[in-house]
Ligand binder design. Structure first.
Ligand SMILES: [Zn+2]
Length: 342
């Protein structure tokens, strides 16, 4: 029998245990570490890491992992699940995206032992978690004051396995996203580990729709890689639409935004997504879609400065992709008339 070595612990087949990946000592001399729950099946199989709160205020991933760990199916998994509800433990405790040194952890991978605090944390995560895995899922939300439609981001060009896993997640949209320098996704690629990023909901909030898409998505990927048996019940699953690109619609002037479409809406070229005006309702300017697509992200704070991002729209280049997205509805906000309000 071989033990799985992690953070100084040896995990045998059928064992389930929490370990702590040590990262730093705080200035009150308390030791800070990343808590990890290791769930090892009796049979060998893939090693999947699932992590949340890499951006410390994106707590929705933590909730997805909390629910995942209570799933009865984990009693009969093949392989090993490394569940990491909170990667950026510093940011989580201060409700911040960043680390105390103001660095973005997801731009600090693969990190180094001798570098900044962010680089050291990234390095510890790479050596104890990522390098020991065969697959990975990183759970995110939109940044503060923004909301995202449940979506998977993955680099699927010339990578059929990553595409297969992205489709297995069954999120409404897969955004074919290039690897960002310093991201965990880019670092995992160097180890040839197929990896997905899931995005859904808002920072510091739990959106039930985004949480349940995430839980079902992770379980479904576990089935696709053979960690869990195929589901025998026939459920209607969302078929993901693959977006090859996306663009932002920004505020043409500072002011208050009145959105006209809801998240997940299908929009046409020239659709008026919202109107920005002064507080009296004067100086109105329209925010228009420049290409057809689906709204996958939007600001949830209607106070915008000129140039602030207001809507994020995924575009579907191929004609067949265009055909399948007709399932998305155009959901508009209806402004009540004066008599209705009174
Ligand atoms: Zn994030």
């Amino acid at each position: 029998m071989t033990y799985f070595q992690i953070a100084g612990a040896a995990i045998g087949p059928g064992e389930r245990r929490q370990v702590n990946v040590g990262i730093a000592r705080l200035y009150d001399f308390t030791d800070m570490g990343i808590p990890v729950e290791v769930v090892r099946g009796k049979q060998d199989g893939p090693v999947l890491f699932v992590c949340g709160a890499l951006h410390g205020d994106e707590i929705l991933g933590t909730e997805i992992i909390r629910r995942l760990l209570r799933h009865p199916g984990l009693k009969r998994i093949r392989g090993i699940l490394l569940a990491v509800p909170i990667v950026n433990v510093f940011g989580f405790n201060t409700k911040s995206r960043y680390l105390p040194d103001r660095r973005d952890l997801n731009r600090s991978f693969p990190g180094s032992e001798e570098g900044s605090l962010a680089a050291r944390l990234a390095h510890a995560f790479m050596s104890e978690i990522v390098s020991k895995s065969t697959h990975g899922i990183d759970l995110h939300t939109a940044a503060i004051h923004r909301n995202n439609l449940p979506q998977v981001r993955a680099c699927i060009d010339d990578d059929p396995e990553t595409l297969r896993l992205a489709q297995a997640f069954h999120a409404p949209v897969i955004l074919n996203a290039a690897l960002r320098e310093g991201s965990i996704r880019e670092a995992a690629r160097q180890y040839r580990i197929p990896m997905l990023v899931y995005e859904g909901g808002e920072a510091l909030r739990l959106d039930e729709n985004a949480v349940s898409f995430g839980v079902r998505g992770v379980l479904s990927v576990m089935r696709a890689i053979g960690m869990l048996p195929e589901s025998t019940s026939v459920k209607k699953q969302t078929i993901s639409r693959i977006a090859q690109a996306s663009y932002w619609v920004r505020a043409p002037q500072s002011g208050m935004l009145t959105p006209r479409y809801k998240l997940g809406s299908l929009v046409e070229e020239g659709s008026v997504l919202g109107v920005i005006s002064d507080p009296f309702g004067n100086h109105q300017l329209k925010l228009e879609a420049t290409r057809p697509g689906v709204i996958i992200g939007e600001t949830s704070l209607p106070l915008l400065n000129e140039g602030d991002a207001a809507f994020h729209i995924a575009t579907f280049d191929k004609p067949d992709d265009g055909a399948v997205i007709t399932e998305f509805r155009s959901e508009r906000f209806e402004e009540k008339t004066h008599s209705e309000v009174l």
